[in-house]
Design a protein around this ligand. Structure first.
Ligand SMILES: [Zn+2]
Length: 152
């Protein structure tokens, strides 16, 4: 299951990618272009724009109701039945590429102390960006657990 988000939902895109959901985000296209693109590529369109939602006749569309991030993710999971693959599989928040766990041999990409202090290090298969658990990790797992509880 793959998704296309409208421009207003940048923060949500970022989080859906972290949780392993295929999430495209295109800036600078007209409404018609976005809807055509979703239709051609079999993407579920996610929007907060009522007018845009009403135009979704030929494609599946989720109209996001809440202002709150966790509720937004919960709504997508409930309405579409898409599954989060985090933490086994996660996607690059920047480009939607799949992240793969990299081994100790990739030292040149990551400073030594990062290796020492982090259990897992990932690299994006598309843009090459490197990620590690870091300080942000607690926040990510907290949101993940909260969302999971609300979906069950
Ligand atoms: Zn990437």
């Amino acid at each position: 299951m793959k998704f296309l988000f409208d421009e207003m939902l940048k923060r949500l895109v970022h989080w859906c990618r972290i949780f392993g959901i295929y999430s495209e985000y295109i800036v600078g296209k007209s409404d018609s272009e976005l809807l055509d693109y979703a239709k051609k590529n079999g993407l579920i369109f996610v929007t907060r724009d009522v007018k845009l939602f009403e135009r979704c006749k030929e494609i599946k569309c989720v109209f996001i109701e809440s202002d709150e991030l966790e509720e937004q993710i919960v709504q997508i999971l409930k309405e579409t039945k898409v599954k989060m693959t985090f933490p086994d599989e996660t996607r690059c928040p920047t480009c939607n590429g799949k992240l793969k766990v990299i081994g100790k041999e990739r030292v040149e990409a990551v400073p030594e102390d990062i290796y020492k202090n982090n259990k897992r290090i990932w690299q994006c298969s598309e843009c090459g960006k490197v990620y590690w658990e870091g300080g942000h990790w607690k926040n990510i797992t907290r949101i993940y657990e909260n969302v999971k509880k609300k979906v069950i």
